[in-house]
Design a protein around this ligand. Structure first.
Ligand code: UD1
Length: 363
């Protein structure tokens, strides 16, 4: 049995690593790993492969950046001959990035069975490129692995055949569980406690320059009360170059390059509060019991709000300011949630996926 995995962007790697590992214990399974090259910087890709213990990709499509149409089309064009040559029994795609939807389209045109890991998430905001990627990928998939019950409900509502849906839990948490001990040894020595950890890269936050300027001015003001550590995504770095950063120069807002997985997990675990627009970080902070303020109007991960530590602050900077002050004043305690309080976020989601695929192919 031959399984081909597609990865391309940073958030794919920690999801694919445990699935590759779980399938490797089944002797009848042969695996191929294809990297689209959507993320190509060493800090966004290679270091994640090393720390997650992933095999070198069998093939790198080397597509790089571009507009959404260019990037998606380039991945489709480069992936089609690979798929025709390798002819796997299943293709596994992860999450909601452009690499995922591009590979899903190629599989459906060539009639190759497709499984989507992290299916069913919905923000109901179609201005997000990821939401469109999720909707299309789920419609095209033959097997849909969901992390939580809301995912199943969304898929049923959209008319997906229930027998295709399997609630397996959260593969990203599998990587977190496995690597937390190693991460604890990677806490950057020069970060003073307590601190807030910030990440921002969504187009809705960083491509709107007046808003990004306001957000940074607010963070700079907050940093006089609580020091702020901000590893900057390449997309955000490009936008910051277009802003007046005088406020920041005189503040305790520390801008870093993107961090490797272990260092970033270590920073998350010890943060007093995390301020982010990432999807995965909402989940990781829920698992770790760290308060999270999400700078978005909506989330495709509502369970992090209902069962976790996550709070949506949207574009309300006063809400952001007072929520951080609340943390500074000790009002928002850490460990408001216990690890594993979300059902099936237990470090074994990938094993469940492997069993389902292997059992299905044995029929
Ligand atoms: C992509 C995903 C997003 C995910 C994020 C995590 C889509 C639609 N978006 O967004 O869901 O949360 O990755 O990082 O797939 N760049 C570099 N080096 C790199 C990668 C990117 O410099 O290694 C720069 C490029 O100039 C590029 C920009 O960052 O134009 C954006 O990269 P892209 O992959 O298009 O989207 P992300 O914003 O990273």
């Amino acid at each position: 049995m031959h399984i081909l995995h597609i990865v391309g962007a940073r958030p794919n790697f920690m999801k694919a690593a445990p699935v590759l590992q779980a399938l490797s214990v089944h002797p009848q399974v042969r695996q191929t790993l294809v990297h689209t090259g959507q993320h190509y910087d060493s800090a966004m890709s290679d270091v994640f492969f090393q720390q997650l213990g992933m095999p070198e990709p069998d093939c790198n499509l080397g597509v790089g950046s571009g507009s959404h149409a260019q990037q998606t089309a380039a991945i489709m064009q480069a992936f089609e001959p690979v798929l025709l040559e390798r002819r796997p029994d299943w293709v596994l795609v992860y999450g909601d990035v452009n690499s995922t939807v591009a590979a899903a389209l190629v599989c459906s045109k060539l009639g190759v069975p497709l499984a989507h890991v992290e299916a069913g998430l919905r923000s109901r905001d179609r201005t997000m490129p990821e939401e469109v990627n999720r909707l299309l990928t789920d419609q095209l998939s033959d097997l849909l692995f969901t992390p939580s019950a809301d995912g199943d409900e969304n898929l049923i509502r959209e008319g997906i055949e229930p027998s295709k849906i399997h609630r397996v839990g959260n593969v990203m948490i599998d990587s977190l569980v496995r690597l937390l001990p190693a991460a604890d040894r990677c806490f950057p020595g020069d970060i003073p406690l307590p601190y807030a950890l910030v990440t921002l890269h969504r187009p809705s936050n960083v491509d709107d320059l007046p808003w990004l300027q306001e957000l940074l001015t607010t963070l700079a003001a907050l940093s006089t009360q609580l020091s702020i550590v901000f590893p900057v995504h390449p997309r955000t770095r490009q936008r910051l170059q277009q802003l007046a950063l005088a406020d920041i120069a005189n503040s305790h807002l520390r801008l870093l390059d993107p961090l490797p997985y272990l260092e970033f997990i270590a920073l998350q675990r010890r943060a007093a509060v995390v301020i982010t627009d990432s999807g995965g970080i909402q989940e990781e902070t829920t698992f770790l019991g760290v308060p999270c303020l999400t700078v978005r109007e909506n989330t495709e991960r509502p369970i992090t709000v209902t069962l976790g530590t996550n709070q949506l602050v949207g574009r309300d900077l006063r809400k952001l300011f007072s929520a951080v002050q609340n943390v500074v004043n000790g009002g928002s305690s850490r460990a408001a949630t216990n690890p594993c309080c979300v059902p099936l976020w237990d470090g074994h989601a990938a094993e469940r996926i492997a069993q389902i695929i292997v059992r299905r192919s044995a029929r």
